[in-house]
Write a protein that binds this ligand. Structure first.
Ligand code: NAD
Length: 556
């Protein structure tokens, strides 16, 4: 029942910790630094005398100073840099600050501002965090992993920067996403900061502007592809298995054409999942189950159009399909409930250029429609009642799209999931106003509340941040070899169960929600014989023992 990271956890959970360094080195180590909160005794014993201003702060005083600094930042990007600067100096204070101000800080450590930061990465780079592995180092990946500051890693988030949010290929700037996501594993999943590792797999970039930019920090060559790409990935996965054999590997924002293949290639040989495919599918399932409870309907009664049949869209489609089968709906009926619309409109049998991955949900083409069947035609002809956007096409859902759905249902469910907000298929304001306040809406990124006819409609984010921290907490606490699809069903169902009266829990409740997700997954894993536990209470104890809290410990 024990997982790796045990030594680090044992150590970091004690009230008194034997700190592995002294003096300036200690002040420079974000994992151990306490800044002006080092006590007099610690300053004497740890060679810190004279290195700090004399007053000894409480963590609350430090937090008050940092909050004043945060408010001084003039724009989103400066808030982002302020927060990453704090994280790079003192992780305990950073996580305490983010957890005390979770609603205020989340848009900066995660979407949308993390996307803006990815576009400006080379210009603003100032501190090393995580690991960069360029293709040319493919024979040295083990050594690179051993160079990580952290020696017991439980969660790795790895990207090749191929498709960052809806922004496309941002090259090495994509590293902002693994950094942000590993932070969220700590903030919401309680996975200690010493156990998470962001990794950038630098396979090059096809972004011509970056290739021409004299200040660009990434590999200045076009992306490798085909066999070369998979040989590199094989080398990375082999090295992870050797150096961090029990780590959970989260694939993140890979180029669409690689995302599913990479997931399939490694899912049985290394503990891994793809967040864009599986995490998104799980949170969409949660959102749909919550919305259907509000609507008083069931998934099997709805017709679902997914606009954008890429990694996220197809992942959502397949997950809803398998979830329906799981609930005794026949294969034909389940397949018939899901419509994929990509660049060339609705995917149908015999369509010119039909992508192989789209054949599964392809429909029979209605004879009276032309060769390209638009979203609005799909809604009209097939009676769509739920619309999900995963296309990164800003404004693709029009007023007439919403009006079209309202011909088939009084309460449309519309989730424009693409992010950042510059890529969202529709604004919540348009959807709420067009549907006269009837539609149930969730977006991929943060949007302001909508005022309509004297009522305020809060807009919740349908984002995989609700799912992956709970998965990571479970795999940190328990030793498993694979992540079966059922874990994502359980995560979705649990999230929906604890969300009412909202679609999703509010962010201040997300740590508790992640614990509940990890708990329910562990119960299932125990029932399936994947982990050994004597009784349910042991699961809770184990999770609580695993969860790190941002409090200073006494150093000896
Ligand atoms: P992807 O590149 O794999 O897929 C995008 C798909 O959209 C492709 O199949 C593309 O052909 C299609 N497309 C492009 N133009 C279109 C058009 N005009 N009409 C219909 N389809 C079109 O990318 P992805 O990983 O699937 O991500 C897509 C978007 O979803 C991104 O903006 C991403 O940020 C967002 N996303 C959100 C979440 C979340 O939690 N909210 C999670 C994952 C992805």
């Amino acid at each position: 029942m024990e997982a790796a990271g045990e030594r680090y956890l044992e150590e970091s959970n004690k009230e008194e910790i034997k700190v592995p360094m002294k003096g300036r080195e200690l002040l420079r180590s974000p994992l151990w630094n306490k800044g002006s909160a080092f006590t007099e005794e610690e300053r004497e014993k740890l060679d810190l005398l004279g290195l700090l201003p004399p007053y000894i702060s409480t963590i609350d005083q430090q937090l008050a100073r940092r909050y004043a600094n945060f408010l001084e930042c003039e724009n989103g990007l400066s808030k982002y840099h302020f927060l990453t600067g704090l994280q790079n100096r003192n992780e305990t204070l950073f996580f305490r600050f983010c957890s005390d101000h979770v609603v205020e800080t989340l848009p900066y450590i995660y979407t949308p501002v993390v996307g803006e930061a990815s576009l400006n990465f080379s210009l603003h780079y100032h501190h090393s965090r995580g690991l960069y592995i360029p293709y040319e180092q493919k024979d040295n990946i083990e050594e690179i992993l051993k160079n990580a500051e952290k020696k017991e890693v439980e969660v790795i988030v790895a990207t090749d920067g191929g498709r960052i949010l809806g922004l496309g290929d941002v090259g090495v700037g994509g590293m902002t996403i693994p950094i942000g996501k590993t932070s969220l594993y700590t903030l919401f999943g309680g996975v200690a900061p010493g156990l998470v590792l962001p990794v950038f797999l630098d396979v090059g970039t096809d972004n011509e502007e970056l290739l021409k930019d004299p200040l660009y920090l990434g590999r200045r060559k076009n992306r490798i592809s085909g066999e070369q790409y998979y040989e590199f990935m094989d080398a990375f996965v082999d090295a992870v298995k050797k150096v961090f054999p029990e780590a959970l590997l989260q694939w993140e924002d890979l180029l669409g054409k690689h995302a599913q293949k990479v997931l399939d290639r490694y899912k049985d040989s290394v503990l891994s999942f793809n967040d864009d495919i599986q995490g998104t599918a799980s949170v969409v399932l949660a959102g749909l189950l919550s919305a259907l409870k509000m609507k008083g309907s069931a998934l099997k009664e709805e017709k679902i159009a997914i606009f954008g049949g890429g990694a996220a869209g197809l992942g959502i489609g397949k997950s809803i399909y398998r979830y329906l089968l799981h609930h005794s709906v026949s294969e034909d009926v389940a397949r018939d409930a899901i419509y994929i619309i990509d660049r060339d409109g609705l995917t149908y049998h015999g369509q010119e250029g039909l992508r192989e991955e789209h054949t599964f949900f392809a429909k029979d083409k209605p004879a009276h429609l032309g060769p390209t069947i638009s979203l609005d035609e799909t809604i009209e002809h097939f009676g769509i009642t739920i619309l999900i956007g995963a296309s990164a096409q800003k404004g693709a859902f029009k007023e007439k799209t919403i009006q079209g759905i309202m011909k088939h249902t009084t309460i449309p469910i519309v989730f424009p999931l693409s992010n950042p907000h510059t890529k969202a298929e529709a604004t919540p304001e348009m959807i709420i106003k067009t549907s006269k306040g009837k539609a149930i809406v969730a977006t991929g990124t943060a949007f302001p509340a909508v005022e309509y006819e004297g009522k305020t409609y809060q807009v919740q984010q349908c984002n995989n941040v609700y799912i992956f921290p709970g998965i990571g907490l479970f795999t940190t606490a328990f030793d498993v070899k694979t992540i079966p699809e059922e874990f994502f069903f359980i995560a979705g169902e649990t999230l929906s169960r604890i969300s009412p009266p909202l679609l999703f829990p509010e962010f201040p409740q997300l740590k508790e929600a992640s614990k509940q997700i990890a708990f329910d997954i562990a119960k299932y894993a125990a029932k399936e014989g994947m982990i050994e536990v004597k009784e349910e209470a042991d699961i809770l104890l184990r999770l609580e023992k695993t969860m790190w809290s941002p409090n200073y410990k006494k150093y000896v």
